[in-house]
Design a protein around this ligand. Structure first.
Ligand code: USQ
Length: 405
């Protein structure tokens, strides 16, 4: 029931909000909707089913079967009584976003409706420009729609820790103080992304910072790490799974490693495997986004949160998955370093800050080991689907080979 999480309890009778989720059909969008409804908020969503379509196009599918949006909404209503309004459409179409904002008048709009895969953006020129256009235009459309139709609405935008790259110094949350030729200023921390996808997020951040500057739209720009997991409390309670991608284009590191173990395939750290990233469970990603929505920025504020739980190297994750799988099943798992399809540092310094969300009450709720066991057990029920996706697992999208024609 509403307000259950001890770390960010709200008195929901007074504080229930109207929250619009752009990209509600996605890996994070769907469990976020379930969680916000459970906390007593009114939720509306927009989605064009872009991810479902693009995943099919690379010959893949969600390893865990998911319902159609129509069925998701019906089944949720049957099981919980929650009502969810939904508009099918793409936020790169200004009409869609203007109508959604005008009709629903949200207090907060969570923007997740972007092309989210780094490998997809590196397939070739078509995918690169599609990513840049889709992501940047959607975000600018949203900024204009809020300014024209509902000024004061909080934009909660999903960016990525990958915007910063892997500098040889600590990474602050968005801004840092610089002294240059005897003068000081607080400036955006330099961004140095590693794919067209990650650069599209950098451009989004710049554009939102500018929109905030001229129109004072309150913005939270979330630099989120890699998310892993199959479940949240609400997914399990309502038997309403979210998608789980494992192929080389749409799957991400830890989720892929778990699927590889379950599918009797080698676990594949790319290159030396010293690449280090911030990671967090799906449950904790939802917790962080909920906190950011419920504790909005000040009027006219632009704030940046780094959002992850811990940082790990790819090798550490591969080892943990291997050990957990062997412990759980008694069967051996295999790690095989494969040629790195990306152009990235394979051994580097990495120490980002993660303070602001903790100050607002965020506490990690699941350990890596517990979550991996849960993923392995959920995936083992769908081993036959994973077996059918075997041809989509090994990397084929090489940054150096990305081609114009
Ligand atoms: N990697 C492997 N083996 C694999 C898959 C990935 O070693 O089988 C390595 C990659 O080379 C990379 C690291 O794992 O060094 C992370 O790759 P990833 O595919 O898990 O994640 P990434 O491409 O960075 O993108 C994902 C999401 C994206 C989100 C981002 C957060 O797809 O939407 O923004 O994680 S972050 O990585 O912090 O930028």
């Amino acid at each position: 029931m509403p307000g259950q999480n001890k770390h960010y309890n709200l008195s929901l009778h007074n504080d229930a909000m109207r929250i619009l989720i752009l990209g509600i059909d996605g890996y994070i969008g769907w469990p976020l909707a379930l969680h916000l409804l459970e906390r007593g908020h009114e939720v509306s969503g927009v989605d064009s089913f872009y991810t479902r379509k693009r995943v099919r196009e690379v010959g893949s599918d969600s390893a865990i079967p998911i319902m159609s949006m129509e069925r998701r909404i019906e089944s949720l209503k049957e099981m919980s009584g929650h009502k969810l309004s939904f508009i099918r459409g793409d936020v790169s179409n200004p009409r869609i976003i203007y109508d959604a904002i005008k009709e629903f008048k949200p207090d907060c709009t969570v923007h997740l409706a972007e092309q989210r895969s780094a490998p997809y953006s590196m397939i070739g020129l078509k995918q690169a420009t599609e990513t840049l256009q889709k992501n940047m235009i959607g975000t600018v459309n949203l900024a204009y729609a809020i300014k024209d139709m509902n000024p004061g609405c909080h934009i909660l935008k999903l960016g990525t820790m990958g915007e910063y790259g892997t500098p040889n110094i600590d990474i602050p949350e968005g801004f840092f103080e610089v002294e240059y030729r005897g003068r000081k200023d607080t400036l955006p921390f330099p961004r140095n992304a590693g794919s067209w996808y990650h650069w599209s997020k950098v451009h989004d951040s710049n554009n939102l910072m500018f929109a905030n500057n001229v129109w004072k739209i309150p913005v939270t720009d979330v630099m989120q790490g890699v998310v892993y997991g199959t479940s949240t409390e609400e997914i399990d309670r309502f038997s309403s799974p979210t998608r789980f991608d494992i192929d080389e284009v749409w799957g991400t590191a830890l989720n892929r490693f778990c699927a590889q173990a379950v599918g009797d395939m080698p676990i594949t750290p790319y290159g030396k495997g010293g690449q280090t990233r911030g990671f967090l469970s799906l449950t904790d990603s939802i917790q962080c986004l909920t906190i950011a929505a419920e504790k909005p920025p000040e009027k006219g504020e632009y704030r940046v949160f780094n959002q992850f739980d811990e940082y790990y190297s790819v090798n550490q994750l591969a080892e943990t998955v291997k050990n957990s799988y062997e412990h759980l099943t008694g069967k051996p798992a295999r790690i095989e370093h494969v040629e790195n399809p990306r152009i990235e540092k394979e051994a580097h310094y990495y120490r980002p800050d993660m303070i602001k969300l903790r100050n607002l009450g965020y506490r990690p709720s699941r350990s890596l080991e517990t979550e991996i066991l849960k993923i392995l057990s959920d995936l083992s029920k769908h081993k036959s689907r994973i077996d059918k996706l075997k041809n989509c697992i090994m990397p084929k999208t090489f940054w150096a080979k990305s081609s114009g024609i």
